[in-house]
Design a protein around this ligand. Structure first.
Ligand code: MN
Ligand code: MN
Length: 309
């Protein structure tokens, strides 16, 4: 049997890492013994907390050329967020909860997209549909991914299905959702020890928006001011990266996980359009966005519209 590579997006978050591990387990249960989880980048502190808590090792970093290899994509579909050689791979299956963009395959495939809050919620449903047993550590990873993507169920991306999945899974994994969830989020929310480069790359994605390439990084914090105290250093790094990588716009979304608000920092020639996307004027390249926590629902569509109209 040929190998199946399973991985989430670059700059992996907890859902990208967890869903790759969960999907590999699902494939094993399905009889695909050559299925293996990989990651496309470093494991962040929040994800590491979850892996340690449930005693699971991180997937191997993907270094192989994927030409003509079988792959399963989880938690993404856009090729610029995927492995560098993805265009030459055979995509067999996609499990995702994002917009579908810049995605094309040469052969037919399975594609499961649902507008729920987390890829792991879709995977949970797949286990249920097959009647597969969910092991405690797999349940723990599912919970971790759901809490991470939904910011403890507070994000507008969170659906009833995500909440219900977590309610069932907490018994299997034997955790208290609130206390475990807050500890896990806090593990990933300290910005003090992070360099500007860390803050800008930990959870960053590129998007094609009309004629523009927009880089949107998000960082969770319990203190927005702690991050903005380093605004100058961050802007310098954002401008340098934009020049190197040819980003037209670079947006940093600093999200307060306790109060569920964000403050954005924007550089690029069209930065004022980002302000207009949120009906605010940027002040010193920044704007406070009350109630905004979701890049996918409350940031990407708004900026896309402002740049393409
Ligand atoms: Mn993700
Ligand atoms: Mn996700």
């Amino acid at each position: 049997m040929t190998k199946t590579y399973i991985f989430g997006h670059k700059n992996p978050d907890t859902d990208a890492i967890s869903s790759a591990i969960i999907m590999a387990d699902f494939e094993q249960l399905r009889g695909n013994h050559e299925a293996k989880a990989y990651r496309l980048g470093e494991v962040g502190p929040e994800t590491q907390y979850a892996l340690d808590y449930f005693n699971i090792s991180a997937p191997e970093l993907l270094n192989d050329d994927l030409s003509d290899q079988n792959v399963i994509l989880v938690d993404h579909n856009e090729f610029q967020q995927s492995a560098d050689s993805i265009a030459d791979a055979t995509v067999q299956h996609v499990i995702d909860h994002h917009r579908i963009a810049n995605f094309e395959t040469a052969v037919p495939l399975y594609y499961r997209a649902e507008p729920v809050g987390c890829t792991a919620t879709i995977l949970y449903k797949m286990y249920k549909e097959r009647g597969f047993e969910i092991k405690p550590e797999i349940a723990g990873l599912m919970i971790s991914a759901i809490i991470s993507d939904s910011l403890l169920f507070k994000s507008p991306t969170c659906t009833e299905q995500d909440v219900q999945a977590a309610e069932v899974l907490k018994t299997i994994a034997d955790v208290d959702l609130e206390s475990y969830g807050l500890d896990m989020l806090k593990a990933g929310a300290s910005t003090k020890d992070k360099s500007a480069a860390d803050i800008l790359t930990m959870d960053a994605k590129s998007f094609n928006m009309g004629d523009y390439t927009t880089r949107i990084a998000q960082v969770n914090t319990v203190d927005i001011d702690e991050v903005f105290a380093r605004q100058e250093e961050l802007e310098k790094a954002m401008l340098e990266t934009s020049a190197d990588e040819k980003y037209d716009l670079f947006v940093l979304v600093v999200t307060d996980i306790i109060n569920s608000d964000s403050k954005i920092l924007v550089v690029g020639a069209e930065k004022d359009k980002v302000g207009s996307a949120f009906n605010v004027a940027l002040e010193n390249n920044a704007a406070f966005l009350p109630g905004v926590v979701s890049r996918k629902k409350q940031v990407v569509p708004q900026i896309t519209e402002a740049l393409t109209k």
